[in-house]
Design a protein around this ligand. Structure first.
Ligand code: SF4
Ligand code: SF4
Length: 393
């Protein structure tokens, strides 16, 4: 079924108020949507030494709440699905559990992620409970990859208590492979992970806007040489150029740019609709970066998008030393991803108040590598912490 037909169908369904018809339509799609010719084949790559061979396009399930989109992705040949314990307060894992319940376990791989608090005396029990809860929601005995989620510094990678628990998860067979996800200090973290010796996969922010590409590519190469596999996230640098989302980034070009690096096994764009899936598939069926794509991306190099480089320069400049990169990520979740509840969760976790900048007569953050008006963005996002969560999607 071609996307144009599907769109037409959806619009007809909407006009008829026939929402119940949508799953039925997807049912039809599922019967016919497996890749049928060479043009519809998606290249695969090995993920380090895990033995996992996966398509270069995977699904970041994070914001998806429609199992029909997961089904469409699966039936289009995608096999790797990425979620996290915290996404949608567990509903994301639950949705995957229901969808994959009757599927052959050898036809897909699942990654989930878990945040942790090493300051807690009870860390070990809490982390074990977290993974057990994820497995229960997923209705699975094991996940293919368990990531220590969003490690923000270098030292934590090698923390003995964390390492001990990750090893335990693997030894017990609850996690086939161990990884970590990172937004910051990426090259140093990769080197630390190589030294730790237990990390098999790194989920890393990777896109054409990164200022530290030479250092990051070199670190990724060292990781690959040591047997690690790399999965790309934030591939579309926030997806939009402005808070009103009037100017969208061409996601297919961004993905093709990522796949130029053969050390990146797969990318996990977070598509939530059939149109966005189509856009990603279009790229995956024809993955080489063409001249037009390259020109388009070069033209965006100096344009301010929502992606924060996570360089940390602003933290030193801020008179209150606010965790600005994390606040910028919350801004991107809300204005770029249209995922306000994740934005709120991120800020609450950091104990950021709705008036975080109050008392500052003049912002001392005068230079940002992404060109952001940092104080303006903070003022535009922090009030979300006071919104009752029942109002947020
Ligand atoms: S206005 Fe906000 S970001 Fe700027 S220095 Fe003050 S607290 Fe930091
Ligand atoms: S200076 Fe700008 S790009 Fe760097 S971490 Fe701060 S907000 Fe992000």
């Amino acid at each position: 079924m071609k996307s144009i037909n599907r769109r037409k169908f959806l619009s007809i369904s909407a006009i008829a108020g026939a929402s119940a018809v949508v799953p039925q339509m997807i049912g039809n799609k599922s019967a016919m949507a497996a890749p049928i010719d060479d043009k519809k084949k998606i290249a695969t790559r090995m993920l380090g030494k895990t033995g996992m061979e996966i398509p270069i396009l995977s699904m970041g399930v994070m914001r998806a709440d429609n199992p029909a989109v997961v089904r469409a992705a699966y039936n289009s040949g995608l096999t790797h699905f990425d979620t996290a314990h915290g996404y949608q307060n567990g509903k994301n894992e639950e949705m995957l559990g229901v969808f994959f319940k009757d599927k052959d376990r050898s036809t897909f791989t699942i990654a989930t992620k878990g945040k942790f608090n090493l300051r807690s005396d009870n860390f070990e029990q809490e982390y074990e409970d977290l993974l057990n809860t994820s497995l229960r929601r997923l209705q699975m005995d094991y996940v293919d990859i368990f990531y220590a989620h969003a490690i923000g510094d270098t030292e934590t990678i090698n923390n003995p208590r964390l390492i001990k628990m990750l090893k335990k998860f693997k030894d017990e067979g609850k996690a086939k492979h161990i990884g970590f996800s990172t937004h910051a200090h990426k090259p140093a973290q990769i080197d630390e992970a190589i030294a730790a010796g237990i990390y098999e996969v790194c989920l890393v922010s990777y896109n054409f806007k990164l200022n530290i590409l030479p250092e990051l590519d070199a670190a990724i190469q060292r990781g690959v040489d040591a047997g690690m596999g790399f999965v790309a996230m934030k591939s579309m640098a926030g997806g939009v150029a402005d808070a009103e989302a009037k100017s969208k980034v061409n996601g297919a070009a961004c993905l093709r740019w990522v796949w130029q690096n053969k050390n990146i096994t797969t990318a996990i764009p977070g598509f939530t609709s059939f149109d966005l899936l189509d856009n990603c598939l279009e790229a995956a069926y024809s993955p080489n970066l063409g001249e037009l794509d390259a020109k388009y991306l070069a033209g965006l190099k100096e344009t301010e998008l929502l992606f924060c480089q996570n360089c940390g320069d602003c933290v030193k400049q801020c008179s209150k030393h606010l965790p600005v990169p994390d606040i910028m990520r919350a801004y991107m979740y809300n204005y770029g991803y249209k995922y306000p509840s994740l934005s709120q969760d991120t800020l609450i976790e950091l104990a950021i108040a709705s008036n975080a900048c109050s008392g500052c007569e003049k912002c001392t953050v005068t230079h940002c590598s992404s060109g952001f008006n940092v104080a303006g963005k903070i003022a535009a996002i922090t009030p979300i912490v006071d919104v009752p969560s029942c109002f947020l999607a």
